[in-house]
Design a protein around this ligand. Structure first.
Ligand code: ASP
Ligand code: MG
Length: 439
């Protein structure tokens, strides 16, 4: 079996649904299990509806309903197919607007509708077009998670549960990405872009031969093409490189994606739904024969940079432990860290619980919080073995007059990350790209 995951840009309307079917048809002999995201933009719409509801407004689902109904009509499918889900969503939003409360648990329930809707359309469309298919909500076929709403992790027993359910399926399964359920039956989500993670969770559980991640780009790129129009698809990546890129870039793959695939050594391939003949980027175990140099430059914007300083850190001990204990207690996760004799700098991607944590830190240190910072991360196995690459990276930044605020080299030695102002991010990525890829 193989897993084929289609992202929101591949499933955006009737024409794209037909296109997805064409791609799936080329793989039928390999017994695919299809995982799909919500239609493009629908998850964002659902988050917005939740926010409107909690403000006591009466949010309208009309636009969302119309979009899905249009698709059903264009494909000649049963217009009542999604009626039950639309009603369920309306009642839920009404409830939120009445109680004016939106817990992480309820929010996950709200945003789960995107995938529950899109997969029902896909299964009905495929069946009508001659490939008998069956829709499944992932949580009904074994995807059990913990209760970290908004970023849930699969439970160890999920593997066996999924395997048991899938082994009984006779039609092409079309499964919701992004969502799971706790043992208590509450719907959870795996975090934004979580459908990739669903794909590898399912792939690992069923011991898939390969996991294909289909989107609207040619594979994993040497840089984000919106910043660097000359960026190209990478020929091949190792698991380690892909994890670093997913973690810092977040665009192509959900950061946790690789973990289940690594556990079972299942190759993952990123492909373009609109150019199915293109080989895409395979992600493979091991680093043997990895070429020298770097593979890709990832970036992400809108981070916070915290600088924590105290003269007392000088030759002191326990300072770092105290700082990280505070972050831990406030459930704040840190992306980059660098330390000097008297300061510790860290980056965070959200200000959730930050105020309280900063107040605690200020009990014993000075804290500066700066907004709008970009992390740029240069990744490649070659960094481990080729001297001078870091020098080239910073030389190119110097030539482009980019001011670097913080630097860190991962312990894995396959990435160098640095922080610049959001406003300088494009310039930085372009400069490094030019240095290593010539354009
Ligand atoms: N629909 C979800 C999101 O937009 C999950 C996904 O697309 O992978 O984040
Ligand atoms: Mg995605």
């Amino acid at each position: 079996m193989i897993v084929m995951k289609f992202g929101g840009s591949s499933v955006a309307n009737a024409e794209k649904v037909r296109n997805v079917l064409e791609v799936v048809k080329t793989r039928l002999a390999r017994k695919p299990l299809v995982i799909a995201s919500a239609f493009r933009g629908v998850t964002d719409d659902l988050f917005r509806l939740g926010e409107e509801a909690v403000k006591g407004q009466d949010p309208s689902v009309d636009k969302l309903v119309a979009r899905h109904q249009d698709c059903l009509r264009e494909m000649g499918l049963d217009p009542d197919l999604l009626k039950g889900l639309f009603a369920e969503l309306s009642v839920l939003l009404k409830g939120i607007s009445l109680v004016k409360e939106l817990t992480p648990r309820t929010l996950d329930y709200v945003v789960s509708f995107g995938e529950r809707l899109s997969t029902r359309i896909l299964a009905a469309a495929f069946t009508k077009l001659g490939v008998p298919s069956e829709q499944h909500d992932a949580f009904d076929i074994g995807l059990l998670t913990n209760d970290e709403f908004g970023g849930a992790q699969p439970l160890p027993e999920a593997d066996a549960e999924i395997k048991r359910h899938v082994s009984r399926m006779t039609k092409l399964p079309i499964v919701t990405g992004y969502v799971g359920k706790t043992r208590n039956g509450d719907i959870t989500t795996l975090g934004r872009n979580g459908s990739d993670f669903s794909a590898t969770i399912f792939g690992a559980a069923i011991d898939a031969e390969e996991i294909e991640i289909w989107s609207d780009v040619d594979g994993i790129m040497t840089a984000d093409p919106r910043l660097v129009p000359t960026a190209k698809a990478i020929d091949c990546l190792t698991f380690a490189e892909a994890s670093e890129l997913a973690y810092y870039g977040g665009k192509v793959l959900h950061p946790a994606t690789i973990t289940p695939a690594v556990r079972k050594g299942i190759p993952v391939r990123c492909l373009n739904t609109f150019k199915p003949g293109h080989l895409g980027t395979p992600i493979v175990p091991g680093s043997a024969g990895a070429p020298k140099g770097i593979k890709s430059i990832a970036h992400n914007l809108h981070n916070l940079l915290l600088t924590i300083s105290t003269p007392r850190m000088l030759q002191g001990h326990g300072f770092l432990a105290r700082i990280f204990d505070i972050f831990g207690r406030h459930k704040i996760s840190i992306d980059m860290v660098s330390t000097s004799e008297v300061t510790v700098s860290v980056t965070l991607d959200s200000n959730r619980n930050l105020e309280a944590a900063v107040a605690d830190l200020r009990q014993f240190a000075e804290v500066a919080v700066e907004k709008d910072k970009a992390i740029v991360c240069v990744v490649g196995e070659g960094l481990r073995s080729t001297p001078g690459i870091a020098g080239d990276v910073f030389q190119s930044l110097k030539e482009a007059s980019v001011n670097v605020l913080m630097i860190s080299q991962g312990a894995s030695k396959i990435n160098i990350a640095f922080v610049v102002d959001d406003a300088e991010c494009q310039k930085a990525v372009q400069a490094v790209h030019r240095k290593f890829f010539g354009a």
